[in-house]
Design a binder for this molecule. Structure first.
Ligand SMILES: *Cc1c(COP(=O)(O)O)cnc(C)c1O
Length: 234
């Protein structure tokens, strides 16, 4: 039963991919259209080396400093920033992460664009974090006004806006999270109707509700505990 760390991770990965495939089957979607981001905050680098070897090659972190240390020790992974980014860490974030999912204001987008231009290397893929639940505790663009910022956002030469991301409210059941996912999908569809150059990604769903998010159109799910086990209390 116990097996190695690598086996445990490989088993957890297989279970999560199975549930994604089942959700895709229910929704008539292709599982290849869903990217699993393994959210690895608090998981030590040694375990992440095993995770990458098991095929979890896209890792999500919510802190720049933690990710910097791990990125140096864990080769072969693609890194997504999924947590709030303070403007004074924008440069380090661009140096460490391949994708910044948590662009939550026009100001931050402008700053990332300017620094990405200085760093070179082409437009950086980012997502716009939208607070679709209008949750005071959550960051993000206001779904009612993001449309007004879209022209400027899409004109930023050094950012490639690949789509939208949201962090749902803590829900008692997976199904209770469904309206959040529907809201993000509908917002994405409406915004792309206005601006077809907005990318198609929808990053939504975490350990407790990613199958529901996939049913509702998630192209990126961000799963931590279901892969790595419970995190130590913060
Ligand atoms: C921690 C975190 C996740 C993963 O949460 P789990 O419940 O462990 O799956 C996803 N998204 C964000 C933004 C997070 O901070």
């Amino acid at each position: 039963m116990s097996g190695t760390v690598a086996e445990a991770i490989a088993d957890a990965r297989a279970r999560v991919l199975d549930r994604i495939a089942d959700a895709c089957a229910r929704a008539g979607r292709d599982p290849r259209d869903v990217t699993l981001v393994a959210v690895s905050k608090t998981v030590p680098a040694e375990r992440l080396v095993a995770a990458v070897a098991a095929g979890l090659t896209t890792l999500g972190e919510n802190r720049v400093q933690e990710a910097e240390a791990k990125a140096a020790a864990v080769p072969g992974a693609t890194w997504h920033l999924v947590g709030p980014l303070q403007s004074n860490k924008a440069r380090r974030a661009l140096e460490t992460f391949d994708v910044i999912e948590s662009v939550d204001s026009l100001e931050l987008a402008r700053r990332l664009d300017r620094i990405a231009g200085e760093l070179g290397g082409g437009p950086r893929p980012v997502l716009l974090q939208v607070n679709v639940d209008d949750d005071e505790a959550k960051a993000g663009f206001d779904p009612a006004t993001v449309e007004g910022d879209l022209t400027e956002l899409l004109a930023l030469d050094h950012l490639a806006i690949r789509g939208l991301m949201t962090v749902g409210r803590l829900a008692a059941t997976a199904d209770a999270a469904r309206p959040t996912f529907v809201a993000l999908r509908e917002l994405g569809a409406r915004l792309r109707g206005l601006r077809p150059d907005l990318g198609p990604e929808l990053s939504m769903g975490m350990s407790d509700d990613y199958p529901v998010a996939v049913e509702e159109g998630a192209t990126i799910v961000r799963v931590g505990r279901a892969l790595f086990g419970d995190r130590p209390p913060a």
